[in-house]
Design a protein around this ligand. Sequence first.
Ligand SMILES: *Cc1c(COP(=O)(O)O)cnc(C)c1O
Ligand SMILES: [Zn+2]
Length: 419
Amino acid sequence: MKKFIGYQCSLCGTKFLPGQASYTCPRDGGNLDIILDYEYLKKKYQPEDISCRSECSLWRYLPLLPVQDIEPGETPFHAAGWTPVFSLPGLAGELNLSALWVKDESRNPTASFKDRASAVVAARAREIKAEIIVTASTGNAGAALAGMSAAIGQKAVIFAPKAAPAAKVAQLLVFGAKVILVDGTYDDAFDLSIKASKEFGWYCRNTGYNPFTAEGKKTAAFEIWEQVLKQNMFVSAVTDRPARLTVFVSVGDGNIISGLHKGFKDLQALGWIEIIPRIIGVQAEGSAAISNAFKAGDEKIIPVSAKTLADSISVDLPRDGVRAVRAARETNGTYLTVSDVEILQGIAKLGQAGIFAEPAGAAAYAGLVKAAHEGIVGSEDSVIMINTGSGLKDVQAAMMAVPEAPVIEPTLKAVKRLL
Ligand SMILES: *Cc1c(COP(=O)(O)O)cnc(C)c1O
Ligand SMILES: [Zn+2]
């Protein structure tokens, strides 16, 4: 394939040809960036060649992806991405922002951001004729891989911690994947899945290990470019100067934030955007290894013993930590941490605006609230937050976020007493 010319290690900078690496850097284990031939792409495409496409999924960005499409069709496989962006004027007013949007990734076919990565990895697996794909997952990555695999008739094996929320495990099983629940943490499942992948020759999708996941995730940045950056003149009401967009996203392994950064860097390399939006990562207080490194002014990721009810971002050792630190540092962004209580408040608040988020999705909102109070964003800022997963993924957490409903006798009198 002409456009995909190799990999570059994010730690040592070594470049590899497409056939010379598969996962992380063979020298130091660093995450590999996929290198595209921007000169070739620049000559071949204009932004209009993308925006005129009628494809309403992440496959509208096929020209900028390092894979071929799996045979065209209208299966759920072709439904990942192109999620809606909604304006939230009420919350923008409350937080005193110039504008606030939410990109609702719960609208993906398996109801989380992970569908983007799994679609592109499944396409890659097809190209290299992998028979079985394996992944470790806190739940969503597995559900996405299981769903995308089911849609194209691919075999998948999923390792998840046995404490994964029931809805996520149900998805894995219904999609017909081989599901293996590990009596341990996500990190235990991660290490085991890599051992199994090596032992049995399975193609491994693991987040922060397989370089194609970030390529899938970068498509959300392309969508923000089309749905927000190209649609709005970012002129500050206060200074009349162009205002900058700030993106809020929750962070566990650090692959979504790295993927978003890569997407914006691609657009910049093509000359299609001038400046990259500011990217702000939000971690749970109890799972903040990347935020800790950022605040220490360091790229060294020191593992923590993760503890948060936001299971999707509960990670001891983030697997894409270095690139995740850089995503904030290189865009003038920052990291914030939020407590589980603040996350639950975020679920309730977003719910009242019509958005049902799982805890990890609401964490981004909780981080935004904190940033607004600390003056990190204000009346000159336009903000987009990403709801990374559906509230239906973790109903138990949702119920903790809101008061219980009263139960009454079926009489009008009882209703009156209640009101
Ligand atoms: C995976 C996930 C995240 C975090 O993504 P990372 O790449 O692990 O940082 C956030 N929210 C949801 C719902 C997720 O499934
Ligand atoms: Zn390296």
